[in-house]
Design a protein. Structure first.
Lengths: 229, 164
């Protein structure tokens, strides 16, 4: 009887922990993006980002360098300036494939690759890192090579993307994790890209991260029709 | 005795199930390609100070905007234009390869930051060779659609055969 009760308690605990993390549905943060281009010049963007996985819209509002507003919904990207719609573009990717969706699902540890055409071909453990090798589909026309994903204590640490020749195209490093509402969230993403032997760099910072912000529903469920001219 | 064995097996499988949810397993296949020492070192021995040092030149702007929240490029230009030396007036593009290319006409920053791994790959597609990579992109999309449709057909066929 005691064994049964104990087992029931353990089951309940694990189910509770999993359920708690799966209740994260809304992401909001200040965002800063710093880019150093191949020619040595810089780009600097500051703003905020919001995403609610029930509404499936990513809302990106910048104030530096300019005040602009982007809405990603379904297969559209809408750009607003001074509350006026200035452009609408099609895109084949949906907000459900965004890094914010993966974060809310506590699912970034494999960089979203398990739902892609890539497959795991090797896993190595070295010191405190687990390095997973993802190989591309067998298709001569597919332009990418292997992707190496490293995790540490189940947190995504770095991603290396190679071309077909095995040369590194891009390296990303995920740092400064916060544990909020049962999910691990990186607040800093470093990136270096290698193109034609020249490097460009990026740093993305998330600040004032909020999960499941109450109220402000209209800011997450932006009504496109009402703002269209 | 029988009950004891059944209970033990139940406990064992319960812990196995919970353990599989918590730990990664090594997956080996006939197509396994071992990591080379170079690959391991490129992952574990990269010094990220290289990336931080690349932005040492804009630390003043960084500090200024942290204090003066909401300032636009034009406002900073009026107040302290020296901070904007070497700074572009266009929106940054996170996790993209180039500032000027637009993947399928969409700002690259949305591809990278917003659309995760797929977005990143799309941006690289555009930067390498526009015509070929656009075709590759649509090829990936088309193959995914076909694979999904075939999968659905197979499942539907299985369900219909088990009905009779």
């Amino acid at each position: 009887m005691m064994v049964k009760s104990f087992m029931f308690l353990i089951f309940s605990f694990f189910l509770f922990v999993q359920g708690y993390s799966q209740n994260s549905y809304r992401f909001k943060a200040d965002i800063t993006i710093k880019v150093k281009l191949q020619d040595g010049t810089f780009q600097y963007t500051k703003g905020s980002v919001r995403y609610d996985r029930n509404y499936k819209k990513v809302l990106y509002s910048t104030f530096f360098p300019q005040k602009e507003f982007y809405v990603s919904v379904d297969t559209l990207i809408l750009k607003y300036v001074n509350d006026k719609l200035v452009s609408v573009q099609n895109n084949p990717l949906r907000p459900e494939l965004s890094i914010f969706h993966f974060i809310l699902n506590n699912d970034i540890s494999d960089f979203g690759l398990k739902n892609s055409n890539f497959s795991i071909t090797n896993v190595e453990k070295t010191d405190d890192l687990i390095i997973t090798k993802w190989s591309p589909p067998v298709n001569p026309k597919f332009p990418f090579g292997t992707i190496l994903v490293s995790t540490k204590n189940k947190r995504l640490q770095s991603v290396l993307i190679h071309n077909k020749k095995g040369e590194i195209l891009n390296r990303q490093i995920y740092k400064k994790y916060s544990f909020i509402n049962g999910i691990e969230i990186p607040s800093e993403i470093l990136s270096v890209s290698y193109l034609a032997g020249v490097k460009s760099y990026q740093i993305i910072e998330f600040g004032k991260i909020q999960i499941n912000e109450q109220g402000h529903d209209s800011e997450y469920d932006f009504q496109i029709a009402k703002n269209k001219l | 005795m029988k009950q004891f064995i059944l209970k033990s097996l139940s406990v064992f499988f319960a812990f196995l199930l919970l353990g599989m949810q918590s730990f990664a397993f090594t997956l080996k296949s006939s197509n396994s390609t071992p990591l080379t020492q170079n690959e391991i070192q490129s992952v574990s021995e990269f010094d990220d100070s290289e990336i931080y040092n690349a932005f040492a030149g804009i630390s003043d702007l960084d500090h200024y905007l942290a204090i003066n929240e909401g300032k636009t490029y034009a406002e900073v230009n009026q107040e302290n234009s020296i901070l904007l030396n070497g700074i572009s007036a266009t929106t940054s593009m996170p996790l993209s390869a180039s500032s000027d290319n637009l993947a399928l006409g969409i700002p690259s920053f949305l591809w990278g930051c917003v659309f995760g791994v797929v977005g990143l790959l799309v941006v690289y597609l555009v930067c390498e060779d526009k015509e070929q990579t656009k075709k590759a992109l649509w090829g990936c999309v088309a193959s995914t659609v076909v694979s999904t449709a075939l999968y659905v057909l197979v499942i539907a066929a299985e369900v219909s055969t088990t009905t009779y």
